[in-house]
Design a protein around this ligand. Structure first.
Ligand SMILES: NC(=O)c1ccc[n+]([C@@H]2O[C@H](COP(=O)([O-])OP(=O)(O)OC[C@H]3O[C@@H](n4cnc5c(N)ncnc54)[C@H](OP(=O)(O)O)[C@@H]3O)[C@@H](O)[C@H]2O)c1
Length: 334
């Protein structure tokens, strides 16, 4: 594997003010995927400081163990709990459910589907799906479906629960969500081209996954509105944030080291990039069907409406149907 890139070390401009404005989360149970680094780590740390019970879902690794230990050392009023969950495998997602059910029998206030990978090679998972689509969307779809009873419990008893998905500006890099990327065609979805701006296969697949995150939110929001549910469907994007995401992509051959070091100078800190999901998790003013993130690659995480590109009947129906087919489960919101 190649070396990563030299991070520019960007300073946080807005995060601390946002953090100070958030209410305590004492009594809340918050489940977050992908907390070994990046926005998931910072969101988990913030939720712990605000007093929540924070459940960390990560694939087993040294990074998972070390970040769990580090979070437990932060000055936290809440508590941290770690459960193995490899989003590359539907079986692994199913396996973690009994442990979450036992640990969170009081209900789940927030499920934050944060974990993600970017611009990896054209590779199938063991289940046969594109490695990026299964990690970034399909496994999160399954996880949400299987944790729905706990989200409903919290919503019914406390007045609301939330699903917060993590998309990207890369949702704009593809024209529309295409069904084939949600099918069992991993390894034959466009090859290993790594050109971000000229249609490299790695980047088209990433764009499809991030569009899927937004489309999934739109489809869920519509179903929730139709049933009068107290669960909220929310989506965020971090702009361009200095996490480990680009680092991993450089190591996996999807980005050049020099280019990434220069490009990242136009981004923002990991903390500032976390503001979108953190508002989605903890800001009382956020309604279902809201998108949260900076206007461009950096800046304050502001709210805006879901976009017609994916918030339309055809795309909403397609993503729900294809995702159910992929995970082999019906997901009916009643
Ligand atoms: N940073 C940006 O500029 C940017 C821009 C737009 C969108 N985003 C989105 O932000 C989200 C968070 O990414 P980040 O920027 O914080 O990157 P990051 O630092 O690389 O964090 C990604 C997290 O996802 C986890 N993950 C990857 N594969 C997984 C798997 N199979 N099972 C479970 N967890 C897995 C990683 O864990 P491991 O340690 O196991 O790899 C890590 O904890 C992603 O959805 C990404 O698409 C980021």
């Amino acid at each position: 594997m190649k070396k990563g890139y030299k991070k520019p070390n960007l300073e946080s401009k807005y995060y601390h003010e946002l953090f100070e404005s958030l209410p305590p989360l004492v009594g809340k149970t918050i489940v977050i995927t992908g907390t070994t680094s990046g926005t998931g780590y910072t969101a988990a740390e913030a939720c712990g400081k605000l007093g929540a019970k924070v459940v960390l879902l990560n694939r087993p690794s040294e990074r998972a163990t070390n970040s769990f230990e580090k979070l437990k050392e932060t000055t936290s009023n809440g508590s941290f709990h770690s459960i193995d969950c490899d989003l590359q495998s539907f079986a692994a997602v199913r396996e973690c459910i009994p442990k979450i059910n036992e640990l969170c029998s009081e209900g789940i206030d927030v499920l934050c589907n944060n974990a993600g990978v970017m611009a990896l090679e054209d590779m199938p998972t063991g289940d046969g799906y594109d490695i990026q689509m299964q990690t970034n969307h399909l496994s999160h779809f399954l996880l949400t479906k299987l944790l729905w009873p706990l989200l409903e419990k919290a919503a019914n008893e406390k007045g609301e629960a939330r699903v917060v998905n993590h998309s990207s500006g890369a949702r704009h890099s593809v024209k529309k969500l295409e069904p084939q990327f949600l099918e069992q065609k991993g390894g034959s979805l466009g090859g290993n081209g790594k050109s971000m701006f000229f249609g490299g296969g790695r980047w088209i697949r990433y764009g499809q996954t991030k569009l899927a995150n937004a489309a999934y939110t739109a489809a869920m929001h519509e179903k929730l509105q139709n049933t009068g549910s107290k669960i909220k469907a929310i989506v965020a994007h971090p702009g361009l944030a200095e996490t480990d995401l680009q680092h991993t992509t450089v190591k996996e051959g999807g980005l050049g080291r020099w280019f990434t070091a220069q490009f990242m100078k136009f981004g923002q800190s990991q903390e500032d990039g976390t503001m979108g999901i953190l508002r989605g998790i903890a800001d009382p003013s956020i309604e279902s069907g809201t998108f949260i993130g900076p206007k461009g690659m950096k800046g304050l995480a502001t709210t805006f409406k879901l976009e017609a590109k994916y918030d339309n009947p055809e795309t909403r129906e397609m993503i729900w149907k294809k995702s159910c087919e992929a995970v082999g489960e019906d997901f009916t919101i009643t």
